[in-house]
Design a protein around this ligand. Sequence first.
Ligand code: HPA
Ligand code: ZN
Length: 341
Amino acid sequence: MSDLAKHLIDRLPKAELHLHIEGTLEPDMMLKLAKRNNVTLPYHSVEDVQKAYNFDCLQDFLDLYYLGMSVLLTEQDFFDLTWAYLCRVKEDGLTHVELFFDPQAHTARGVSFETVLGGITSALEQAQKELDISSKLIMCFLRHLPEEDAFEALDCACKHKEHIFGVGLDSSEKGYPPPLFERVFAQARKEGFTPVAHVGEEGTAENVREGLDVLKIERVDHGNHALDDPFLTARLAKQQTPLTMCPISNWRLKGIPSLAHSPVKKAMDAGLLVTVNSDDPSYFGGYLNDNYRAVHEHLALDEAELIILAKNSFKASFLDDEEKQKQLDAIDAMVDDVKRL
Ligand code: HPA
Ligand code: ZN
Protein backbone atom coordinates (compact mmCIF):
# COMPACT_ATOMS: atom_id res chain seq x y z
CA MET A 1 0.00 0.00 0.00
CA SER A 2 1.31 3.48 -0.86
CA ASP A 3 2.11 5.85 2.01
CA LEU A 4 -0.51 8.22 0.62
CA ALA A 5 -3.25 5.56 0.68
CA LYS A 6 -2.24 4.50 4.19
CA HIS A 7 -2.35 8.06 5.53
CA LEU A 8 -5.64 8.79 3.78
CA ILE A 9 -7.31 5.69 5.24
CA ASP A 10 -5.92 6.39 8.71
CA ARG A 11 -6.70 10.07 8.83
CA LEU A 12 -9.63 11.04 6.61
CA PRO A 13 -12.75 12.05 8.53
CA LYS A 14 -15.40 9.40 7.89
CA ALA A 15 -18.95 8.49 8.80
CA GLU A 16 -20.11 4.96 9.52
CA LEU A 17 -23.69 4.35 8.36
CA HIS A 18 -24.11 0.59 8.77
CA LEU A 19 -23.18 -0.53 12.23
CA HIS A 20 -25.12 -2.73 14.65
CA ILE A 21 -24.09 -1.68 18.13
CA GLU A 22 -24.69 -5.23 19.42
CA GLY A 23 -22.26 -6.42 16.76
CA THR A 24 -19.43 -4.49 18.40
CA LEU A 25 -19.43 -6.75 21.47
CA GLU A 26 -15.83 -7.92 21.67
CA PRO A 27 -15.13 -11.38 23.16
CA ASP A 28 -13.35 -9.94 26.22
CA MET A 29 -16.30 -7.68 27.01
CA MET A 30 -18.71 -10.58 26.41
CA LEU A 31 -16.88 -12.67 29.01
CA LYS A 32 -16.56 -9.75 31.44
CA LEU A 33 -20.28 -8.92 31.27
CA ALA A 34 -21.22 -12.61 31.55
CA LYS A 35 -19.30 -12.71 34.83
CA ARG A 36 -20.68 -9.39 36.05
CA ASN A 37 -24.28 -10.48 35.31
CA ASN A 38 -24.02 -14.17 36.18
CA VAL A 39 -24.89 -15.27 32.65
CA THR A 40 -23.69 -18.70 31.56
CA LEU A 41 -22.09 -18.84 28.12
CA PRO A 42 -20.80 -21.89 26.26
CA TYR A 43 -17.36 -20.19 26.15
CA HIS A 44 -14.64 -19.93 28.78
CA SER A 45 -11.98 -17.91 27.02
CA VAL A 46 -11.53 -15.27 24.32
CA GLU A 47 -10.09 -18.04 22.11
CA ASP A 48 -13.25 -20.15 22.62
CA VAL A 49 -15.39 -17.25 21.44
CA GLN A 50 -13.15 -16.50 18.48
CA LYS A 51 -13.19 -20.13 17.41
CA ALA A 52 -16.99 -19.95 17.19
CA TYR A 53 -16.81 -17.02 14.76
CA ASN A 54 -16.80 -19.15 11.65
CA PHE A 55 -19.91 -18.60 9.60
CA ASP A 56 -21.37 -20.26 6.51
CA CYS A 57 -24.23 -17.80 6.04
CA LEU A 58 -26.13 -14.92 7.64
CA GLN A 59 -28.22 -17.24 9.86
CA ASP A 60 -25.08 -18.88 11.29
CA PHE A 61 -23.87 -15.47 12.38
CA LEU A 62 -27.27 -14.36 13.69
CA ASP A 63 -27.45 -17.40 15.98
CA LEU A 64 -24.20 -16.34 17.67
CA TYR A 65 -25.09 -12.65 17.60
CA TYR A 66 -28.28 -13.28 19.58
CA LEU A 67 -26.45 -15.61 21.97
CA GLY A 68 -23.68 -13.06 22.55
CA MET A 69 -26.07 -10.26 23.40
CA SER A 70 -27.58 -12.32 26.23
CA VAL A 71 -24.87 -10.80 28.47
CA LEU A 72 -26.30 -7.29 27.97
CA LEU A 73 -28.72 -6.68 30.83
CA THR A 74 -28.25 -3.28 32.47
CA GLU A 75 -28.10 0.31 31.27
CA GLN A 76 -24.42 0.30 32.26
CA ASP A 77 -23.82 -2.69 29.96
CA PHE A 78 -25.31 -0.83 26.98
CA PHE A 79 -23.32 2.26 27.89
CA ASP A 80 -20.05 0.30 28.15
CA LEU A 81 -20.70 -1.45 24.82
CA THR A 82 -21.44 1.78 22.97
CA TRP A 83 -18.65 3.77 24.60
CA ALA A 84 -16.06 1.09 23.76
CA TYR A 85 -17.10 1.21 20.08
CA LEU A 86 -16.95 5.01 19.95
CA CYS A 87 -13.48 5.15 21.55
CA ARG A 88 -12.28 2.48 19.13
CA VAL A 89 -13.49 4.24 15.99
CA LYS A 90 -12.24 7.63 17.14
CA GLU A 91 -8.83 6.14 16.24
CA ASP A 92 -10.14 5.45 12.71
CA GLY A 93 -10.97 9.11 12.09
CA LEU A 94 -14.70 8.56 12.46
CA THR A 95 -16.56 11.81 13.12
CA HIS A 96 -20.18 10.72 12.62
CA VAL A 97 -22.05 7.45 13.12
CA GLU A 98 -25.60 6.34 12.32
CA LEU A 99 -25.97 3.20 14.33
CA PHE A 100 -28.56 0.44 14.50
CA PHE A 101 -29.91 -1.19 17.61
CA ASP A 102 -32.22 -4.20 17.92
CA PRO A 103 -34.59 -3.53 20.85
CA GLN A 104 -36.76 -6.61 20.23
CA ALA A 105 -33.74 -8.85 20.86
CA HIS A 106 -33.54 -7.33 24.35
CA THR A 107 -37.19 -6.80 25.32
CA ALA A 108 -37.81 -10.49 24.43
CA ARG A 109 -35.29 -11.32 27.21
CA GLY A 110 -36.99 -9.07 29.74
CA VAL A 111 -34.65 -6.07 29.33
CA SER A 112 -36.70 -2.88 29.04
CA PHE A 113 -36.63 -0.64 25.99
CA GLU A 114 -35.62 2.26 28.24
CA THR A 115 -32.65 0.34 29.70
CA VAL A 116 -31.31 -0.30 26.21
CA LEU A 117 -31.97 3.18 24.88
CA GLY A 118 -30.73 4.91 28.05
CA GLY A 119 -27.33 3.22 27.94
CA ILE A 120 -26.80 3.79 24.23
CA THR A 121 -27.89 7.44 24.22
CA SER A 122 -25.76 8.36 27.28
CA ALA A 123 -22.69 7.05 25.48
CA LEU A 124 -23.65 8.89 22.27
CA GLU A 125 -24.12 12.15 24.19
CA GLN A 126 -20.76 11.72 25.91
CA ALA A 127 -19.14 11.02 22.52
CA GLN A 128 -20.49 14.27 21.12
CA LYS A 129 -18.95 16.18 24.04
CA GLU A 130 -15.70 14.35 24.60
CA LEU A 131 -14.84 12.75 21.24
CA ASP A 132 -16.46 15.22 18.85
CA ILE A 133 -18.40 12.36 17.23
CA SER A 134 -21.97 13.14 16.17
CA SER A 135 -24.60 10.44 15.79
CA LYS A 136 -28.08 9.35 14.84
CA LEU A 137 -29.80 6.25 16.10
CA ILE A 138 -31.79 3.84 13.91
CA MET A 139 -34.08 1.27 15.53
CA CYS A 140 -34.29 -1.96 13.57
CA PHE A 141 -37.27 -4.29 13.45
CA LEU A 142 -36.33 -7.98 13.51
CA ARG A 143 -37.82 -9.46 10.37
CA HIS A 144 -38.00 -13.03 11.69
CA LEU A 145 -40.50 -11.88 14.34
CA PRO A 146 -44.20 -11.09 13.69
CA GLU A 147 -45.45 -7.69 12.54
CA GLU A 148 -47.25 -7.32 15.87
CA ASP A 149 -43.91 -7.32 17.74
CA ALA A 150 -42.57 -4.65 15.39
CA PHE A 151 -45.60 -2.48 16.18
CA GLU A 152 -44.82 -2.85 19.90
CA ALA A 153 -41.26 -1.67 19.30
CA LEU A 154 -42.59 1.25 17.27
CA ASP A 155 -44.91 2.23 20.15
CA CYS A 156 -41.89 2.35 22.46
CA ALA A 157 -39.88 4.39 19.93
CA CYS A 158 -42.70 6.93 19.65
CA LYS A 159 -42.13 7.82 23.32
CA HIS A 160 -38.49 8.65 22.58
CA LYS A 161 -38.56 10.48 19.27
CA GLU A 162 -35.90 12.91 20.44
CA HIS A 163 -33.40 10.02 20.56
CA ILE A 164 -34.42 7.86 17.60
CA PHE A 165 -34.03 9.21 14.09
CA GLY A 166 -34.95 6.29 11.88
CA VAL A 167 -36.26 2.76 11.59
CA GLY A 168 -34.57 -0.14 9.85
CA LEU A 169 -35.14 -3.81 9.12
CA ASP A 170 -32.60 -6.53 9.85
CA SER A 171 -32.10 -10.22 10.78
CA SER A 172 -32.85 -13.16 8.43
CA GLU A 173 -33.63 -11.88 4.93
CA LYS A 174 -34.52 -15.18 3.27
CA GLY A 175 -38.20 -15.98 3.80
CA TYR A 176 -39.01 -12.54 5.25
CA PRO A 177 -39.51 -10.12 2.34
CA PRO A 178 -40.16 -6.38 2.84
CA PRO A 179 -43.97 -6.45 2.22
CA LEU A 180 -44.41 -8.26 5.57
CA PHE A 181 -43.51 -4.93 7.17
CA GLU A 182 -45.39 -2.55 4.87
CA ARG A 183 -47.86 -1.44 7.54
CA VAL A 184 -45.38 -0.90 10.34
CA PHE A 185 -43.09 1.08 8.03
CA ALA A 186 -46.05 3.21 6.87
CA GLN A 187 -46.89 3.96 10.49
CA ALA A 188 -43.25 4.69 11.34
CA ARG A 189 -42.97 7.14 8.43
CA LYS A 190 -46.19 8.82 9.57
CA GLU A 191 -44.61 9.22 13.00
CA GLY A 192 -41.64 10.96 11.41
CA PHE A 193 -39.01 8.20 11.45
CA THR A 194 -36.71 7.97 8.43
CA PRO A 195 -36.89 4.45 6.88
CA VAL A 196 -33.99 2.24 5.80
CA ALA A 197 -33.77 -1.57 5.42
CA HIS A 198 -31.34 -4.44 4.93
CA VAL A 199 -32.23 -5.70 1.44
CA GLY A 200 -30.28 -7.55 -1.22
CA GLU A 201 -27.75 -8.95 1.27
CA GLU A 202 -28.74 -12.60 0.85
CA GLY A 203 -32.02 -11.69 -0.85
CA THR A 204 -32.64 -10.76 -4.47
CA ALA A 205 -32.91 -7.50 -6.41
CA GLU A 206 -36.68 -7.88 -5.95
CA ASN A 207 -36.21 -7.34 -2.21
CA VAL A 208 -34.34 -4.12 -2.95
CA ARG A 209 -37.15 -2.96 -5.25
CA GLU A 210 -39.73 -3.77 -2.59
CA GLY A 211 -37.67 -1.93 0.01
CA LEU A 212 -37.81 1.16 -2.20
CA ASP A 213 -41.39 0.86 -3.43
CA VAL A 214 -43.20 -0.78 -0.51
CA LEU A 215 -41.25 0.39 2.54
CA LYS A 216 -40.17 3.65 0.84
CA ILE A 217 -36.65 3.39 2.22
CA GLU A 218 -34.31 6.33 1.80
CA ARG A 219 -31.14 4.28 2.02
CA VAL A 220 -30.36 0.67 1.13
CA ASP A 221 -28.41 -1.39 3.66
CA HIS A 222 -26.11 -3.78 1.76
CA GLY A 223 -28.01 -3.89 -1.55
CA ASN A 224 -25.40 -6.13 -3.20
CA HIS A 225 -27.95 -7.98 -5.29
CA ALA A 226 -29.38 -4.77 -6.72
CA LEU A 227 -26.46 -5.03 -9.12
CA ASP A 228 -27.92 -8.24 -10.57
CA ASP A 229 -30.59 -6.08 -12.22
CA PRO A 230 -29.41 -3.42 -14.69
CA PHE A 231 -32.70 -1.48 -14.54
CA LEU A 232 -32.62 -1.29 -10.77
CA THR A 233 -28.95 -0.33 -10.85
CA ALA A 234 -29.73 2.50 -13.27
CA ARG A 235 -32.60 3.65 -11.05
CA LEU A 236 -30.41 3.71 -7.93
CA ALA A 237 -27.77 5.65 -9.84
CA LYS A 238 -30.30 8.15 -11.18
CA GLN A 239 -31.94 8.69 -7.77
CA GLN A 240 -28.58 8.60 -5.98
CA THR A 241 -30.15 6.39 -3.32
CA PRO A 242 -27.25 5.51 -1.02
CA LEU A 243 -26.05 1.95 -0.43
CA THR A 244 -24.31 1.03 2.82
CA MET A 245 -22.02 -1.80 1.75
CA CYS A 246 -20.02 -3.96 4.15
CA PRO A 247 -17.21 -5.83 2.33
CA ILE A 248 -15.67 -7.78 5.22
CA SER A 249 -19.14 -8.78 6.46
CA ASN A 250 -20.08 -10.08 2.99
CA TRP A 251 -16.90 -12.12 2.85
CA ARG A 252 -17.20 -13.54 6.38
CA LEU A 253 -20.85 -14.54 5.77
CA LYS A 254 -19.86 -16.19 2.46
CA GLY A 255 -22.04 -13.85 0.42
CA ILE A 256 -18.91 -13.46 -1.72
CA PRO A 257 -16.10 -16.04 -2.10
CA SER A 258 -13.31 -13.51 -1.49
CA LEU A 259 -12.85 -9.79 -0.86
CA ALA A 260 -11.89 -9.41 -4.50
CA HIS A 261 -15.54 -10.22 -5.27
CA SER A 262 -16.89 -7.29 -3.23
CA PRO A 263 -19.36 -5.30 -5.37
CA VAL A 264 -18.08 -1.94 -4.05
CA LYS A 265 -16.02 -1.06 -7.12
CA LYS A 266 -18.63 -2.28 -9.59
CA ALA A 267 -21.29 -0.20 -7.82
CA MET A 268 -19.07 2.89 -7.81
CA ASP A 269 -18.34 2.42 -11.51
CA ALA A 270 -22.09 2.17 -12.16
CA GLY A 271 -22.50 5.63 -10.63
CA LEU A 272 -24.10 4.55 -7.34
CA LEU A 273 -23.69 6.47 -4.08
CA VAL A 274 -21.71 3.73 -2.32
CA THR A 275 -20.42 3.74 1.24
CA VAL A 276 -18.15 1.29 3.05
CA ASN A 277 -19.00 0.14 6.59
CA SER A 278 -18.20 -2.56 9.12
CA ASP A 279 -21.68 -4.00 10.02
CA ASP A 280 -20.72 -6.13 13.06
CA PRO A 281 -16.99 -5.46 13.49
CA SER A 282 -16.34 -7.71 16.45
CA TYR A 283 -17.94 -10.75 14.82
CA PHE A 284 -16.39 -10.15 11.39
CA GLY A 285 -12.94 -9.11 12.57
CA GLY A 286 -12.74 -5.67 11.00
CA TYR A 287 -13.63 -2.11 11.99
CA LEU A 288 -14.28 0.77 9.60
CA ASN A 289 -10.72 1.35 8.40
CA ASP A 290 -10.13 -2.39 7.94
CA ASN A 291 -12.98 -2.25 5.42
CA TYR A 292 -11.39 0.71 3.63
CA ARG A 293 -8.07 -1.18 3.55
CA ALA A 294 -9.84 -4.28 2.23
CA VAL A 295 -11.37 -2.46 -0.76
CA HIS A 296 -8.14 -0.59 -1.44
CA GLU A 297 -6.10 -3.79 -1.50
CA HIS A 298 -8.51 -6.29 -3.02
CA LEU A 299 -10.33 -4.07 -5.52
CA ALA A 300 -7.35 -1.89 -6.34
CA LEU A 301 -9.23 1.30 -5.47
CA ASP A 302 -6.87 4.22 -5.93
CA GLU A 303 -6.35 7.20 -3.64
CA ALA A 304 -8.96 9.32 -5.44
CA GLU A 305 -11.54 6.56 -4.97
CA LEU A 306 -10.74 6.32 -1.25
CA ILE A 307 -11.44 10.04 -0.95
CA ILE A 308 -14.72 9.56 -2.85
CA LEU A 309 -15.76 6.81 -0.40
CA ALA A 310 -15.02 9.06 2.60
CA LYS A 311 -17.00 11.89 0.99
CA ASN A 312 -19.85 9.51 0.12
CA SER A 313 -20.08 8.52 3.77
CA PHE A 314 -21.22 12.06 4.59
CA LYS A 315 -23.23 12.63 1.41
CA ALA A 316 -25.19 9.45 2.19
CA SER A 317 -25.69 10.38 5.85
CA PHE A 318 -28.80 11.94 7.37
CA LEU A 319 -26.88 15.03 8.47
CA ASP A 320 -28.33 18.34 7.25
CA ASP A 321 -26.73 20.10 4.30
CA GLU A 322 -24.72 22.51 6.39
CA GLU A 323 -23.26 19.72 8.56
CA LYS A 324 -22.49 17.67 5.45
CA GLN A 325 -20.63 20.59 3.89
CA LYS A 326 -18.55 21.07 7.05
CA GLN A 327 -17.50 17.44 6.98
CA LEU A 328 -16.72 17.54 3.24
CA ASP A 329 -14.58 20.67 3.78
CA ALA A 330 -12.76 18.85 6.59
CA ILE A 331 -11.96 16.01 4.17
CA ASP A 332 -10.54 18.47 1.62
CA ALA A 333 -8.40 20.08 4.33
CA MET A 334 -7.13 16.66 5.48
CA VAL A 335 -6.30 15.62 1.90
CA ASP A 336 -4.17 18.78 1.58
CA ASP A 337 -2.45 18.02 4.89
CA VAL A 338 -1.76 14.40 3.96
CA LYS A 339 -0.37 15.35 0.55
CA ARG A 340 2.08 17.73 2.25
CA LEU A 341 3.45 14.92 4.47
N1 HPA B 1 -27.84 -8.57 8.26
C1 HPA B 1 -29.00 -8.81 8.84
N2 HPA B 1 -29.18 -8.67 10.13
C2 HPA B 1 -28.17 -8.28 10.91
C3 HPA B 1 -26.93 -8.03 10.36
C4 HPA B 1 -26.77 -8.17 8.96
O1 HPA B 1 -25.70 -7.94 8.36
N3 HPA B 1 -26.14 -7.68 11.39
C5 HPA B 1 -26.87 -7.69 12.51
N4 HPA B 1 -28.11 -8.08 12.22
ZN1 ZN C 1 -26.25 -5.02 8.98
